[in-house]
Design a protein around this ligand. Structure first.
Ligand SMILES: Cc1cc2nc3c(=O)[nH]c(=O)nc-3n(C[C@H](O)[C@H](O)[C@H](O)COP(=O)(O)O)c2cc1C
Length: 334
């Protein structure tokens, strides 16, 4: 799935955002090497296969989206034994790779011994990764996604070393602490320091919004592997520019981006099997969620015009009025 010799661009797991339809849509761009599922939380019991298949429906399709993008299953929790059991259930359900979440900053998760709270216990990170590693056949990669630390950026050195000792095939590092939440700054050079010390591939993540940021992240980390989350969604086409720069073979070379929101949104509705069963309020919320991200962090300038839309059809019709003009054809600079 990820090797040290080829560059890779990974679609970030984002609970409630990069769900299966969104993963399929992003998979159609050809920019990504693989996606990571939203976290699957293991608390007091190990769920059965059917629960997991509802969470990661791609497992019924060879762990790929309908558009061909491989999807890795992400687990979250603090009990090594149950996580290992869940990893086996995932493998038997069709998972081809498992990622372990050591970064989620949500209070409800952290209070129950999950996500970033494990960053305070480096030895437990090793124990969890090792338990999952030992439970799976050796050809199934196990990776870990970490923040820099709970409240101290330097914790990444010990935590990353522990995950590697536990047998992680690669690590993704979101260059912030848990106490930072999503506040700036990101500390990309620390990712570079970990990359120099460890022998496994390191994936750089956090606040890559445009090409200038990508180039700076690449220089400061020395990485060949990157994960994009909000930046990829906020600016459609940005991931293709990054993939072109990385020389990712499946990607059509691209040098400029054309914003075509009506097409993007319509495709998302088509890729969502239950979309027509949602109430108008629920379905329009899904589209507004994406456009809000694009308005806040990308170049989408028409949020005021669509924010009162009461159905997906109304939103798309409003948007089409705007995009009949030059907006649709305007190349975007990132
Ligand atoms: C709404 C939202 C949900 C997220 N859910 C997850 C998750 O399920 N698992 C995980 O490891 N990270 C999760 N993250 C963190 C992202 O994967 C990523 O590390 C973070 O957004 C920084 O990358 P970016 O600046 O490219 O978005 C989430 C982030 C956001 C904004």
């Amino acid at each position: 799935m990820l090797d040290s010799t080829s560059p890779a661009l990974i679609l970030a797991p984002m609970e409630g955002v990069t769900d299966a339809p969104m993963r399929a849509l992003q998979g159609a761009t050809g920019a990504f090497t693989f996606a990571v599922s939203e976290f699957f939380r293991i608390s007091h019991s190990v769920p059965g296969k059917s629960v997991l298949l509802r969470h990661v429906p791609e497992l019924t399709n060879g762990a790929r989206t309908s558009t061909g993008l491989p999807v890795q299953v992400q687990l979250l929790g603090g009990h090594a034994g149950r996580l290992a059991e869940a990893a086996v259930v995932a493998y038997e359900a069709g998972a081809t790779a498992i990622d372990m979440n050591f970064g989620c900053p949500a209070n409800t998760v952290n209070r129950h011994d999950g996500g970033a709270s494990l960053l305070k216990h480096p030895a437990r990170i090793r124990e969890i990764v090792r338990a999952i590693r030992d439970a799976l056949p050796s050809h199934v990669p196990v990776s870990a996604k970490l923040r820099l630390g709970w409240d101290c950026v330097d914790s990444i050195h010990e935590n990353a070393a522990m995950a590697a000792e536990g047998g992680a095939s690669w690590l993704t590092i979101h260059a912030r602490t848990r106490t930072q939440g999503y506040a700036p700054p990101v500390y990309w050079p620390l990712i570079g320091q970990v990359r120099e010390r460890l022998e496994i591939p390191i994936v750089a993540n956090g606040d890559i919004w445009n090409m200038e940021g990508f180039q700076r992240c690449r220089e400061e980390t020395g990485c060949r592997h990157f994960m994009l989350g909000r930046g990829a969604l906020a600016t459609p086409g940005f991931a293709n520019l990054v993939a072109t720069e990385l020389g990712i073979a499946a990607c059509q070379p691209q040098t400029e981006m054309i914003a075509d929101w009506p097409t993007q949104l319509r495709r998302l509705t088509e890729l969502t099997p239950e979309f027509r069963e949602l109430s108008p309020t629920q379905s329009v919320m899904r589209l507004k969620q994406w456009l809000r991200l694009a308005a806040t962090h990308g170049t989408f300038a028409h949020f005021d015009a669509i924010k009162r839309s009461r159905s997906a059809d109304e939103l798309l019709a409003t948007l089409r009025n705007f995009t009949r003009g030059p907006f649709n054809k305007r190349p975007m600079t990132v």
